[in-house]
Design a protein around this ligand. Structure first.
Ligand SMILES: [Zn+2]
Length: 355
């Protein structure tokens, strides 16, 4: 964190889920984040040759020496760096910072054609002789429905990661902590998720304090630990957030299905951005959308939004992380609308109707 530098080293295991052999694999680099690629390889040396390398769009075509049969798999190994040197006039990277880094899987390569990189504005498309493009594919678009709207290159994945950071910071990613150690002045954490999860994950690191609580699942006869990792001093709304998390866990597990994880973690990140977002058992949460809120309980107009936002994010563990729509129009109803519906129901039960 001190040098605002991130190094990724890892492996994706690719599976050909199509009915026919694949002779070419498209890998896209997130050029908008300015990665410095050290290595990218498919399988053993000789497995694939780089047939096209468009460095402007980050698109790479790899031709396989032997086509990948349906159901067969191939590892993609990678090593890449990000570094912020000094500061630009505008649009400085605020994900990789001294205290409170929040990096998502968008910093890693993706597979296949990136439809999200297409020109979207009708006017701009027209000037290139292109037809207008629907914002999302129509609901009957069968190829689009083969993917979720969260990631177009994987379904449910197995996830294991080791994250290291500076000695006075805690690094967190989805999954459960398996191992923690210190080496050469750095702290290391290994997290493993015990069930398939969306191809959508995050890494955070900050000088955190921890507030611990638990939710008693009366239906499942178990207790689920809840931990809020927060910036020292930002204790104002922790109890409201914990109450919101517990109320949403109760409401959603009673009305929909059991909570699929064994813990809930809420992680504060700096107010460069003001949103919260649900990843598997891991909820990054901006300081500016709850942690430093000043709610007046005597004012009926002053909504308890630390409670409300937390309930919404916890509900996403069901809506998106248990049930998710295909990559077509209307699928956000099953993520955003139902998370919001759940949060409103939790609010109704906690505070009653507004009169
Ligand atoms: Zn949401």
């Amino acid at each position: 964190p001190r040098t605002r530098r991130v190094h990724f080293q890892g492996q994706f295991m690719l599976v050909n889920k199509h009915a026919r052999p694949l002779d070419t694999i498209i890998v896209s680099l997130p050029v908008e984040q300015h990665p410095r690629l050290r290595a990218l390889a498919l399988g053993q040396p000789g497995t694939a040759t780089l047939a096209l390398n468009d460095t402007t769009s980050g698109l790479r075509l790899y031709r396989l020496a032997r086509p990948l049969a349906p159901g067969d798999s191939l590892p993609l190994t990678m090593s890449l760096d990000y570094r912020e040197l000094g500061f630009p006039n505008s649009d400085s990277n605020t994900d990789i910072v001294d205290n409170g880094s929040f990096i998502s899987s968008n910093y890693l390569p993706s597979l296949g054609y990136r439809k999200d990189a297409e020109l979207t504005s009708d006017q701009e498309r027209k000037s290139y002789g292109l037809k207008p493009r629907p914002r999302m594919a129509p609901v009957n678009d069968l190829p689009a429905r083969q993917n979720t709207y969260i990631s177009q290159d994987a379904d449910w994945i197995r996830f294991r990661t080791t994250v290291s950071t500076e000695a006075d910071q805690t690094a967190i990613a989805p999954g459960y902590l398996q191992k923690e150690w210190t080496k050469d002045g750095r702290r290391y954490f290994t997290y493993v998720m015990d069930r398939p999860m969306l191809n959508f994950y995050t890494f955070l690191s900050a000088r955190y304090l921890e507030k611990k609580d638990q939710w008693v699942d009366s239906a499942g006869h178990r207790t689920v630990p809840i931990t809020i990792y927060y910036q020292p001093g930002h204790t104002y709304d922790l109890d409201r957030m914990l109450a919101g998390a517990k109320a949403a866990l109760s409401y959603c597990s009673r009305n929909f299905s059991p909570y699929q994880h064994q813990q809930v973690r809420i992680l504060e990140f700096p107010g460069y951005q003001s949103f919260a977002q649900s990843f598997a058992n891991t909820i990054p949460f901006s300081e500016s959308i709850g942690f430093i809120a000043k709610v007046d309980p005597k004012d009926p107009e002053d909504i308890d939004y630390p409670f409300y936002v937390t309930a919404h994010e916890v509900a996403h563990q069901w809506w998106a992380h248990q049930v998710i729509g295909g990559n077509v129009q209307g699928s956000t109803l099953m993520a955003e609308s139902l998370a919001e519906y759940s949060a409103l129901m939790v609010m109704k039960h906690a505070f009653g109707y507004y009169t």
